[in-house]
Write a protein that binds this ligand. Structure first.
Ligand code: ZN
Length: 130
């Protein structure tokens, strides 16, 4: 039988993603603050200049794993920028993304720059990324 994940209120889930952001920054020793906001936008973005992450609120219609994956992706842009002025979605980005996701029990396949499928080792579920 398939267990459904209980849904928290949206604000709690935003808080959870901000905590994930803090965790990733601590782990990678990123000290310059990043401000994350959740908005009704089509896709997320990371602005190196203003140090702002904009996350689309539609991600809350998807699984927790998908939300983590999205947050990790945006924060990773800052991690690589701060560490080595690396921008974009090249091989360095993908390798880091793959390793960070592994820590959360997630594995991915890529289609060009973006993740095509996300697999969770917790429940064996496979999610299609948009
Ligand atoms: Zn990106």
């Amino acid at each position: 039988m398939k267990k459904s994940v209980p849904r928290n209120k949206e604000c709690c889930r935003m808080q959870e993603l901000r905590e994930l952001q803090d965790y990733l920054m601590d782990k990678c020793q990123i000290t310059k603050p990043i401000a994350t906001t959740f908005k009704s936008v089509q896709c997320g973005r990371a602005s190196y200049h203003t140090r702002k992450i904009t996350m689309p609120i539609w991600i809350f219609d998807y699984s927790t794993e998908y939300q983590w994956c999205y947050m990790i992706h945006e924060v990773l842009h800052f991690i690589l920028w701060d560490k080595m002025q690396y921008g974009g979605h090249g091989d360095v980005f993908k390798n880091w993304e793959r390793n960070l996701l592994k820590e959360f029990g997630l594995s991915v396949t890529y289609k060009k720059a973006y993740i095509k499928t996300l697999n969770s080792s917790y429940n064996g579920d496979s999610y299609k990324m948009l």
